[in-house]
Design a protein around this ligand. Structure first.
Ligand code: SF4
Length: 481
């Protein structure tokens, strides 16, 4: 056994907004302290394998890695393959999957032991296991894979400590409510420590203890508990070069986060208000200053990962960056529609602006507490076209009360009319079907929105609900009205 911690980023995250921030922040902290931590991105490794398999070789390597201008099917396929192998059959029907996965964890305990995930097997084939394996869970869809991997690691390397970390491990709060102590112990036998988000200091402390061969007392490292030390050094990141070869641009992406939480924080479908309820900002000069220096040094692109950059801050960033490198950010439509704002931001180097549009139906927009108008959308498209700014428009279909006819009409407008009206505009439409996530207001007050939750499972952040049948094949349909 070797005295180091292996930090793993698990599979099934789309890199559509640059490299993952969590593991980068953890690595940065450990490197500052010279701690023996190695980083392995199994998501990245799995994608490399997928890109090389014959049936999928036609896809460009950058396809699943975050080029907004292309579709990204590879990860969906990989996830579907994996879940089918595990025994979650009929993947298209989440309700069936949830029914099979009994709350008493039978399903998890009975994962078919013969199932393998090549990148994990390769890791387990090495002769000298690390003293600890830590998983940085970035999104809910990675949780099942991590449970599977933890089982395999326990089996093969019983002495190795296992840590699960990330905001989504906070689902254990729900877990506590739903299962009894006996069942909890089954689950807890798989892991030694749970760490809930923004815990770089605590992770460094864990890595130090591992390196010194000190005992790790089982527990959850959360606010108020033993050794909770939320990140205090700001949100800068340096560990990004590993991704360089796979982004379509030859310029490496440098992720940076200058705030936690969301200043708007009201949208009824969103879990941000729960996962990161307090909006905190860091000084633009301080954080961007460090990262700008790095990005300039390696001729990179700054990927600003803040959930929502409001108008004032967008301009502050533009003034600070001053066109020294290209950068990307995410905002809301009303901010982007303010006259002159796009022009000023582009003059400051803004290359791509992502907008959480969600819907172009004003009534629905008000209902989900994200009021935005078509007039604002036109203004933004016009300005983006004029200033050669790339737009990414995120939309959600199947919002409560939306009919198939309305959705088809709006989709036709976005996919067909918009390109005709703005022929020189570079934009990508990122389409999603509504997911009901625990913690979001939709899930807390479902009857208010005509939503009926049907099944939930402790390991799933998503709740099955009476999703309109038309949404099932909606995205696969040709866009015709
Ligand atoms: S959807 Fe975006 S703007 Fe709305 S609360 Fe969530 S992060 Fe904030």
């Amino acid at each position: 056994m070797e005295n180091y911690t292996l930090l793993i980023h698990p599979p099934f995250l789309k890199y559509n907004a640059g490299p993952p921030l969590g593991p980068c922040l953890l690595m940065q902290k450990c490197q500052e302290e010279n701690l023996p931590v190695r980083y392995l991105d199994l998501n990245f490794e799995a994608l490399k394998r997928l890109c090389r398999t014959s049936s999928r070789s036609s896809k460009l390597l950058s396809t699943p890695m975050g080029d907004h201008a292309r579709d990204d099917f590879l990860l969906e396929e990989a996830e579907s393959d994996f879940f089918s192998e595990l025994g979650f059959l009929n993947e298209q029907i989440p309700i069936e999957r949830l029914k099979r996965a009994q709350i008493n964890l039978d399903e998890v305990e009975n994962f078919d032991k013969s199932v393998s995930f090549p990148e994990l097997e390769m890791l387990l084939s090495q002769n000298y296991p690390p003293r600890a394996v830590a998983f940085s869970v970035m999104v809910a869809r990675q949780v099942i894979w991590v449970i599977f991997a933890a089982q395999k690691i326990r089996q093969k390397w019983p002495q190795t400590k296992i840590l699960l970390g990330g905001a989504y491990m906070g689902i254990l709060d729900f877990f506590d409510e739903q299962v009894g102590a006996e069942q909890q112990s089954t689950w807890l036998s798989l892991v030694d420590l749970i760490m809930i988000g923004h815990a770089e200091e605590s992770f460094a402390c864990f890595a130090r203890k591992i390196a010194l061969g000190e005992d790790i007392v089982w527990g959850r490292v959360a606010k108020g508990d033993w050794n909770w030390n939320p990140a205090s050094s700001g949100f800068t990141v340096r560990e990004t070069r590993v991704y360089r070869e796979f982004f379509s641009t030859s310029r490496p992406m440098v992720p940076v986060q200058t705030s936690v939480g969301c200043k708007w924080g009201k949208c009824k479908f969103c879990t941000y208000p729960i996962v990161e309820p307090k909006y905190e900002v860091k000084s633009v000069d301080l954080i961007l200053g460090q990262m700008l220096e790095l990005a300039c040094e390696i001729d990179g692109v700054l990927v600003i990962k803040d959930s929502y950059v409001e108008k004032k801050r967008l301009l502050e960033m533009a003034n600070f960056i001053q066109c020294r490198i290209p950068w990307t950010a995410c905002t809301r439509l009303p901010d982007a529609a303010i006259p002159g704002i796009i022009e000023k931001a582009v003059k400051g180097g803004l290359h791509t602006l992502e907008i959480g549009l969600e819907t172009i139906d004003q009534g629905l927009g008000k209902k989900i507490l994200k009021p935005q108008s078509k007039k604002q959308l036109h203004l933004v498209c016009k300005e983006a076209q004029r200033n050669e700014l790339v737009l990414v428009l995120n939309v959600i279909w199947g919002l409560p009360g939306q009919t198939e006819g309305q959705a088809e009409k709006d989709r036709y407008f976005l996919k067909n009319d918009l390109p005709l009206l703005y022929p020189d505009l570079h934009f990508h439409l990122e389409e999603n079907i509504l997911e009901l996530e625990r913690g979001a207001d939709f899930a807390k007050n479902p009857e208010e929105y005509g939503i009926t939750p049907e099944m939930s499972w402790p390991f799933a952040v998503e709740i099955a609900y009476n999703r309109p049948t038309w949404t099932k094949l909606f995205l696969e349909k040709e866009c015709l009205v």
